[in-house]
Design a protein around this ligand. Sequence first.
Ligand code: IPE
Ligand code: IPE
Ligand code: MG
Length: 248
Amino acid sequence: MSLKKKINLKQLPKHIAIIMDGNGRWAQKQGRDRTFGHQSGVNAVREAAESAAELGIEYLTLYAFSTENWSRPKSEVDALMSLLVNTIEKETPTLNKNNICLNAIGDIESLPEESRNQLLKTIENTSENDRMTLNLALSYSARWELTEAVKLIVNKVNNGILNIDQIDQELINDHLNTAGMPDPELLIRTSGEYRISNFLLWQIAYAEFYFTDTLWPDFTREDLYKAILNYQCRERRFGKTSEQLLNV
Ligand code: IPE
Ligand code: IPE
Ligand code: MG
């Protein structure tokens, strides 16, 4: 039986973020090259996006390529970039069918022109969709994002647009790539690694973490349901005591 029925739809996270890890190891286990793993990971992306949208998740943020991933062998980076263009182009009708709006976070300017153009085209072509926002983190790292936010804010202060006393957490939020989005309540990482790898450092201040040994290409909708069910068993205290929560 699907775990979907057990999920409490009234207690869904609004925003789920996933560090999709393990493509390379998945391929190597089968004696294939790493690129084959990335290609196979696309099916898991489709599954995760469709099942999250069906449930009523409002934002799904997927870590697809980090700032640090530029240091991988050129052949792997090139393969990932062309996979990006092809997949985004091919998946546009499915995104529209599922009423999913594509968005990107990260240093989009650093992507090769063809990938960037296709990305911007699909973002434009899906912009009217309002069931779920699928955020692709591309050439993204949290320290890059925070550095950019600092530059934007300092620039406004220097130009007299902003007074230093106006700098608060809300203003910092507004200068991040995720401006206008709620913080992820649930962060999933696949492949048995227990680290954040420079992902959404500011936004995950109070996220619940869920780690699984499953390698990303094997991650199915049932795995997503399992993570959500696990999240729904957590007590989110935000610094308070359990007793205080009961008395609300
Ligand atoms: C995640 O899988 C995808 C990207 C980082 C692009 P990996 O490529 O990191 O796979 P492993 O961790 O080497 O198995
Ligand atoms: C994190 O995975 C980035 C993405 C999933 C895109 P990595 O495989 O690059 O992370 P590390 O290097 O193991 O920390
Ligand atoms: Mg990895």
